[in-house]
Ligand binder design. Structure first.
Ligand code: PEP
Length: 254
């Protein structure tokens, strides 16, 4: 059975002490309140990762991830952070292909394919984000956009490598806007993604792939979204900055 996951993406928020505070609260609430086998992941800015990993020791339901990694192994790339460095401080996951990276930092599917290879090489699990813009949806191009993001970003992997991925469907028009995709809209795309995976790797791999929904997910709308057969959890931006909201979203599975 595929894993149910709720991953928080803190983006460029929370200073060092604030981050440790929110994370400690999350650990305590998950320990006391989350009864299922779900995994909670916090993808923090780089400066928090080492300390969060220390705090999470002994709590198998809580893991830590980064929000980006450079595609090169090492070298003269001022300001960048490598997958090897991220691995060395104990992170388990790396978000790749977030729409903010695609939009503000010009990350293409081709570049993201390279980043995926590097991250996997260092035994980190990518949380690979795909999703269409409002313009693309209105032009009825959303299925083609998703198909291309998968084909060009991750379908070069072999089945064993692909099995390490978590996918996140994040319609760009729903990120940070307060507008959520309806559960039917999200389910339609998740089912399409699973069908594409089955065509590439076979039904067993498709059935075992965790596909998260992201975009203005809250404790209020999470139960309906997570009840959909192809939605295996969420990638949470704004609501992951508040421990109570984040843990209540995890509890939406209950
Ligand atoms: C995100 O950035 O991945 C995200 C889903 O943000 P928000 O939950 O704030 O819409």
């Amino acid at each position: 059975m595929r894993k149910k996951i709720v991953a928080g993406n803190w983006k460029m928020n929370l200073d060092y002490n604030e981050g440790l505070g929110v994370f400690s609260e999350i650990i305590n609430m998950v320990k006391d309140e989350v009864t299922g086998a779900q995994e909670a992941i916090i993808c923090s800015p780089f400066i928090h990762i080492h300390s969060l990993v220390q705090l999470a020791k002994g709590y198998h339901k809580v893991a830590v991830g980064a929000q980006n990694a450079h595609q090169a192994e090492a070298g003269a790339y001022t300001g960048e952070t490598s997958a090897r460095m991220i691995k060395s401080v104990g992170a388990a996951y790396v978000i790749l292909g977030h729409s903010e990276r695609r939009q503000y930092f010009g990350e293409s599917n081709e570049l993201l394919a390279k980043k995926t290879d590097t991250v996997l090489k260092h035994d980190l699990r990518p949380i690979f984000c795909i999703g269409e813009t409002l313009q693309e949806r209105e032009a009825n191009q959303h299925f083609d956009v998703i198909k291309a993001q998968l084909a060009e970003g991750v379908f070069h992997l072999d089945a064993a490598q692909f099995a390490k991925l978590v996918l996140a469907y994040e319609p760009v028009w729903a990120i940070g806007t307060g507008v959520t995709a309806t559960s039917a809209q999200a389910q339609e795309i998740h089912a399409f993604i699973r069908k594409e995976i089955a065509a590439q790797y076979g039904q067993e791999v498709a059935d075992n792939t965790t596909i998260l929904y992201g975009g203005s997910c809250t404790p209020k709308n999470a139960p309906e979204l997570f009840a959909q057969p192809d939605i295996d959890g969420g990638l949470i931006g704004g609501a992951s900055l508040k421990s109570r909201d984040f843990v209540d979203i995890i509890k939406a599975f209950n």
